[in-house]
Design a binder for this molecule. Sequence first.
Ligand SMILES: [Fe+2]
Length: 216
Amino acid sequence: MKNEKINRKEFLKKAGFGLFSIPLIIQGCSTAGESQTPDHCGFTDSATEGPFFVSSSRESVNINFTKLPGKPMNVNGIVYGGKNGETPVANAKIEVWHADKDGIYYPTGDGDISDYKASEIALRGHVFTNEKGEYSFYSIEPGLYPGRRRHIHYKIIAKGHRELTTQSYWMSDRGSIREQNDWTDRNTEICRYVDFKQDGNEGVAGVFDIYLERQG
Ligand SMILES: [Fe+2]
């Protein structure tokens, strides 16, 4: 996938965006530790699915339906697609799964939901984008497990577009020792780092926009 990815400048040119319009069109991407200049990365890179994807998850805006303890977290954004990644995609299915606050997956396995008892399922589910391409889900902040930085897994399926399996990360982890020791998904583009902000008294919220390649 990496080799097929067009660079940012080419993407913007193909999409008909002038360079001076960049700050006006981009949401949710910024350059950590430097200025907060909005940026854009072209089509969203794929990342390994990992060993714990379970199919047939439930549709739920709140994927912490078992009420596990942790810091409340909201992730929201827009899925773009179309010929040049400029069009919001309605009805895209976004599968989400992540670890609990202690770095444990429920289940710690793969397969299908039907392979497990209901009590073994947590912190996974799916949502759909609305007519504006917008999505949002609520959960708790995932914890850490050995060898990985904090992350969330996604699988996005949208008609007419390539299926995308990817991961998002925490902007606050960017450049950290933990990231340097994470050999999964090296050279992550800046737009997959989510800049979480305080949301209410206890929670955090962040924006993760996703750009899908058209199929064919
Ligand atoms: Fe993971």
